[in-house]
Design a protein. Structure first.
Length: 569
């Protein structure tokens, strides 16, 4: 239990500097006793168990701080923080929201079975609904039934919003019958990661301390999907406070291999979409929370440019890194959903007004596309300790190389590139640690972090405590270095429309989450032994979702990996 000591206002900065001084006196290594001696300065008191868990992380932070200190910084380098001198909510001005239309193609026949219907794409469902070959109520009942049927296996549902869903579906059917179809999402069932507020339903953040929380606001993304006529079927599981696939209801499972977790933190959205329980879902990403579960579950995810989608009504983990995006069965589906949710709302001042076009008239062969040569050539399998993991990584590398061949076969110009490596990108993860510790400062100070499900070194309770020990000066130094990294990425992207990279290669995942670049992750194959999916990631220019989706869509249309289904029965 963490207890607040009264009368202490010196702060965590002095705490950390005290540890630094103590560690230098004792040979550079922080010990549990040093932490105990310095605790009074921060106004916190940890248990022996807390200190034991913190040791490794605190010493790692000391090393990261030393690496960051080694980077020379001119006084002209500012932090990667945006200051808005106008107080209060942003007032949206004129916005070019772009246009998004459903694909006009050959008529779509009603699928022969409910299973086929459950795995239809959003575009296909739109055609069926608007031609009245199916009703929204029928489709919604199918989604609700599948959510009930498979949740005992997958543990992906936090709250089934049945009454709301059926009411919305009935309204959609009336409007479509009257010739007032709102667009591709009208009448389509979807699910939302339980970080986003829906009035009248719990918004649990996947964490025991908040499992009964009901918030009064409605998330902007939820409002916009309602306006598009989509049908909210469920609030879906999230790893506690947006980390991993473990929440207070258990571990969310991978539909392709139910004995395996679905990864996270958008655990429920990825699992439910992959299993055909909803047509699409909304996830969030700060550092891999869309990319990772989409990879594990074999679905497609769009992580938009930072500041593209309003975060109003969403749990804040990292104000400078959090992003909201769609998870679906295809790039086209993600584009249709993104078209409905992006743009300013006057409530999240970080949101920019930039156009998005779908369908795109862009010819992917005219795009200049990079590939991170070092990461495609890297033999990650050589570092694996177990034969099974070595073979999995070897196969994944082969599939990644095959992705490059497919793109070349499509006539896409592929240019070898190297990611910026002048600065210690991995050490910049302390930005997330500090912002998260700030977001959940009260949770730590009241000791309610003991209620979180995972109480190990590599989990939020321990990491949030570590974040309390990072001085503000070091946080701002890290953000100044982040500015330099952003400048290097801007220089790299000035000659590209997009690049392709192994999904977990090098520092790319953290790098692009720090710089705010958009990503599309999609399946590019399956492991031969257990049939679980692999993925590839496309990275776009800032606000370049149109070009990014056009490229990823072209690749996906040349393959059928997104059409395959897990064998849940």
């Amino acid at each position: 239990m963490v207890k607040v000591l009264s009368g202490s206002g010196v702060g965590a900065a002095v705490f950390h500097r005290a540890l630094f001084a103590l560690s230098e006196e004792k040979g550079g290594k922080v010990t549990a006793e040093m932490i105990r001696q310095a605790e009074w300065i921060s106004g916190l008191k940890f248990t022996d168990e807390d200190r034991a868990l913190m040791l490794e992380g605190v010493n790692e932070t000391q090393t990261e701080v030393a690496r960051l200190r080694a980077v020379p910084l001119d006084n002209a380098v500012s932090p990667a923080l945006r200051f808005d001198p106008a107080p209060g909510p942003q007032i949206p001005g004129a916005t070019d929201g772009g246009w998004v239309t459903e694909k006009k193609g050959a008529p779509v026949d009603r699928p022969r079975s409910d299973d086929d219907l459950a795995f239809a794409t959003v575009a296909e469902l739109a055609a069926l609904l608007q031609s009245r070959k199916i009703s929204s109520v029928e489709l919604t009942r199918l989604s609700l039934d599948r959510l009930r049927r498979f949740d005992p296996t997958l543990s992906c549902v936090v709250t089934l919003t049945e009454a709301t869903a059926l009411k919305q579906a009935e309204q959609a059917d009336r409007e479509i019958a009257a010739g007032r179809a709102r667009g591709a999402l009208h009448g389509v069932p979807w699910g939302v990661k339980d970080l986003l507020a829906v009035p009248g339903a719990p918004t649990t953040w996947g964490a025991t301390p908040y499992k009964d929380q009901v918030r009064p606001e409605k998330a902007t993304v939820v409002s916009r999907l309602e306006e598009a006529g989509a049908v909210l079927a469920a609030k879906l599981s999230v790893g506690a406070l947006a980390w991993g696939d473990v929440w207070f209801g258990g571990t969310t499972k991978n539909p392709w291999k139910p004995e395996q977790g679905s990864s996270g933190s958008s655990a429920g959205p990825a699992a439910a979409t992959a299993a055909g329980l909803v047509a699409f879902a909304i996830g969030t990403e700060t550092w891999g929370s869309i990319v990772s579960p989409c990879t594990r579950c074999g679905v497609t995810g769009l992580r938009p440019t930072f500041g593209r989608v309003s975060r109003h009504g969403a749990m804040a983990l990292s104000w400078s890194m959090d992003k909201i995006g769609p998870i679906a069965r295809s790039v086209e589906d993600c584009a249709l959903v993104f078209g409905a949710i992006h743009g300013p709302d006057g409530l999240d001042p970080t949101v920019a007004s930039r156009p998005f076009r779908w369908p795109s008239s862009i010819d992917p062969r005219k795009l200049r596309v990079g590939f991170v040569q070092k990461l495609f050539e890297e033999d990650r399998a050589a570092r694996a300790e177990k034969d099974e993991e070595r073979e999995r990584l070897r196969q994944w590398r082969e599939l990644d190389l095959r992705t490059l061949s497919t793109l070349r076969d499509l006539g896409v110009e592929m240019v070898p590139i190297a990611l910026p490596d002048s600065y210690p990108v991995a050490a910049l993860s302390l930005i997330l640690t500090v912002e998260a510790a700030t977001a959940f400062d009260e949770l730590t100070r009241t000791g309610r972090d003991d209620l979180l499900e995972r109480q190990v070194a590599d989990a939020w309770p321990n990491v949030l405590r570590q974040g309390q020990l990072v001085p503000a000066v070091e946080y701002l130094r890290a953000n100044r270095i982040r500015s330099l990294v952003m400048a290097e990425m801007d220089k790299l992207m000035s000659g590209l429309d997009a690049y392709v990279v192994p999904s977990f290669g090098g520092d790319n995942l953290l790098l692009t989450n720090l710089t705010g670049h958009p990503a599309v992750v999609l399946p590019n194959g399956f492991h031969s032994k257990d049939g679980t999916p692999t993925s590839i990631t496309f990275i776009g220019k800032l606000y370049g979702e149109t070009e990014l989706c056009a490229l990823a869509h072209a690749y996906q249309q040349a393959t059928d990996f997104h059409r395959r289904r897990p064998g849940l029965g």
